[in-house]
Ligand binder design. Structure first.
Ligand code: KG4
Ligand code: ZN
Length: 325
């Protein structure tokens, strides 16, 4: 089965080709340069950039896979959650290709894509606890089987990636904040400042709003002195995010009675987080960095066990909400 997968939920235009479940190509056209000066994704600019980038990205994915559109047997695309305008570009293009060629079409939940990215490199046996930490979502799941995930906890306010992005903005760094903040933190002292990790939030829920406010006040209190301390501020702030995530992961493993852990989402590309989780001594599975951030290979992978639509008009995009995840 030769599947073309498309992902456009936020600010990455991505296409991939999978042949019998193996990733033959995966192309990501980043919009970082479009949004970097704004401190976050500007939805209208994201939609327009997707419109410009999508067809060339699909062509590149087909070329890299050494296939033509005539050789594709099925099409899959993200239908949510995400930015509605961005989602519409990818979903409409994917449905149009499928409809015009009478191919099966599969709509994929973006969160399931992140949850499944870990299975792309090697099969991870079920059950396991999965941490999904991205720019839009942060949650802990009990993964029982392919397509069978029970949510154990989720963020009460900001996502972990959002915390990175907002913290980076406070420190004068460009969007996306995660990689920039990690780089600045590399020369700083993670113990220089004591930022909160929402230890008071019981159970398996996350909260990052207090942390962000704490950095805001710290920068304000330091005044002119903040500039010289930016690496220390970044390192301590990153340390708090890593510890907040690790605390819930440890609680989640204990609650589920499991020692197998998988991680996904853009924040899973963070070096200190990867090292911290590796130090837990559990059976840890982390995708390579390119599979942590948004990509279409994970969407194609998840598409394999989602039933195709019988009517092309059946599926609408959605911005957020439950939908089983
Ligand atoms: O999964 P993703 O590409 O898109 C969403 O579904 O949201 O995640 C993007 C998020 C951004 O907030 C970005 O700052 C963060 O992942 N991120 C990182 C790193 N790379 C990306 N955060 C921390 N360290 C990184 N190295
Ligand atoms: Zn994502």
């Amino acid at each position: 089965m030769r599947l073309l997968a498309i992902e456009s939920s936020c600010d990455d235009t991505a296409a991939a080709v999978l042949v019998d479940g193996d990733v033959r190509s995966s192309v990501v056209a980043s919009q970082d340069a479009v949004h970097s000066g704004y401190g976050g994704v500007v939805p209208e600019l994201a939609s327009r950039s997707h419109m410009r980038a999508l067809l060339p990205t699909i062509e590149n994915a087909l070329r890299d896979a050494d296939l033509t559109l005539d050789e594709i047997d099925a099409v899959g695309a993200t239908y949510g959650p995400g930015l509605v305008g961005s989602l519409l570009v990818g979903l409409c293009a994917a449905k149009s290709i499928a409809f015009a060629r009478r191919l099966p079409f599969v709509g994929v939940n973006h969160l399931e894509g992140h949850l499944i990215s870990v299975q792309l490199e090697q099969a991870v046996s079920f059950p396991y606890v999965a941490l999904l930490a991205s720019g839009g979502h942060t949650a802990l799941y009990l993964a029982r089987a392919l397509g069978d995930y029970a949510r154990l906890g989720a963020t009460r306010d900001d996502a972990a990636g959002e915390a990175f992005d907002k913290g980076a903005r406070l420190l004068g760094l460009p969007y996306p904040g995660g990689p920039a903040l990690q780089q600045l933190a590399a020369t700083g002292d993670p113990a220089a400042f004591d930022f909160p990790i929402a230890a008071g939030v019981p159970g398996l829920d996350f909260s990052f709003a207090g942390l962000k406010t704490s950095l805001l006040y710290k920068v304000r209190d330091l005044g002119d002195g903040a500039e010289a301390l930016r690496p220390d501020l970044a390192a301590s702030y990153q340390h708090a995010i890593v510890e907040a995530l690790t605390l819930r992961v440890e609680r989640g493993l204990a609650t589920a009675g499991l020692t197998r852990l998988a991680v996904g989402g853009g924040v899973a590309a963070n070096g200190p987080l990867r090292e911290r989780l590796a130090g837990l001594g559990v059976d840890l599975h982390v995708p390579e960095r390119a599979l942590c951030t948004d990509n279409a290979a994970m969407i194609g992978s998840a598409a394999r066990w989602v039933a195709p639509l019988t009517e092309y008009g059946d599926l609408e995009v959605y911005a957020s909400g439950e939908r089983g995840l």
